[in-house]
Design a protein around this ligand. Structure first.
Ligand code: SF4
Ligand code: SF4
Length: 299
């Protein structure tokens, strides 16, 4: 099966099988590559943002559609502008010229048949690493396909419990897909490599955002990481910034920020398990300003 055949789209675990020329699948994306912002971004982990910023391209649409999505105007409502692979290649080079430490593809999976040609077009000129910044809901075949294109993986690992992933992201198979995908990312990319100034050149950063009322699910994820990944082969980023966006008000149990106790109990367990290579946030960082303006800048 050709994974890039968008007339029978099976790019992600949804396996919709739709013809993207004439219809759309779960993600709602057509055969037009669409993006909402391309700019230097300073809010990623320090080894990604560095001093100049990460060259971030925010794509429209998403294969998950989480009920609390911070970027819902683009990921779910599809705000953005249609562009060609040639234009996307030029955007990559423009970000590099602006001093970006890397090219950061945010929620890219549904557009791989157009993003890979864009990366090919600029292969000789692009000197900075490519970051794949995704919700973690990926197929291992798709990760393998990206072996020669992606240097740094930045996946979420959102839920252990399938009832939670079904309720909040309409994906009961989230953990089985994301855990296999992350194992593949680590296998194929190897341990993290940072340069002398602390900038990441290759490797995997697993992100987990603690959800309100769900710290026990976070603890189960930490135990899975501890039991299945070798120390030193990945970095862990524990996020405290949950803010109840989008449809969170329809889910009363998560319609609030997390408490200091919730976050600290997860951090304490990570430390107890020896999962200390990575990043933890100040609890006070739960600010809405983390959402960048989606105004077609750089597109
Ligand atoms: S990328 Fe979109 S259309 Fe393709 S399988 Fe995933 S959700 Fe379905
Ligand atoms: S995976 Fe991320 S971008 Fe996609 S809907 Fe969920 S929170 Fe939004």
């Amino acid at each position: 099966m050709n994974l890039l055949d968008f007339s029978n789209c099976r790019l992600c675990p949804r396996n919709c099988g739709c013809d993207r020329k004439n219809s759309t699948g779960f993600c709602g994306c057509s055969d037009k590559l669409r993006a909402a912002r391309a700019a230097l971004h300073h809010w990623e982990e320090p080894c990604i943002s560095g001093t100049h910023g990460s060259g971030t391209v925010f794509f429209s649409g998403c294969t998950l559609q989480c009920c609390f999505c911070q970027n819902f105007s683009i990921s779910i409502e599809h705000y953005g502008k249609d562009i060609t692979p040639r234009r996307l290649g030029d955007i990559f080079l423009s970000l590099q010229n602006q001093g970006a430490h890397n090219i950061n593809l945010v929620t890219p999976t549904q557009y791989l048949p157009w993003i890979l040609p864009a990366l090919e077009l600029v292969r000789d000129e692009l000197k900075i690493p490519v970051v794949y910044n995704c919700g973690g809901y990926e197929k291992t075949e798709t990760i393998r396909l990206l072996k020669d294109y992606v240097d740094i993986w930045l996946p979420d690992l959102k839920y252990f419990d399938s009832a939670l992933s079904a309720r909040y992201s309409r994906a009961s198979d989230y953990f089985s897909a994301a855990s296999e995908a992350i194992l593949q990312m680590v296998r194929q990319t190897g341990k993290p490599v940072l340069d002398t100034s602390g900038l990441m050149k290759k490797g995997v950063i697993i992100r987990h955002m603690v959800l309100p009322g769900q710290r026990k699910d976070s603890l189960r994820l930490l135990h899975w990481i501890s039991e299945n990944l070798t120390p030193g082969t990945y970095l862990l980023s524990l996020l405290s910034q949950f803010t109840p966006f989008y449809k969170s008000s329809s889910y009363p149990e998560i319609n609030r920020r997390i408490t200091t106790f919730e976050y600290e109990s997860v951090v304490e367990e990570a430390i107890r398990l020896g999962l200390t290579q990575g990043f933890m946030q100040e609890k006070s960082s739960a600010k809405e300003e983390y959402t960048p303006p989606f105004n077609l800048e750089g597109i």
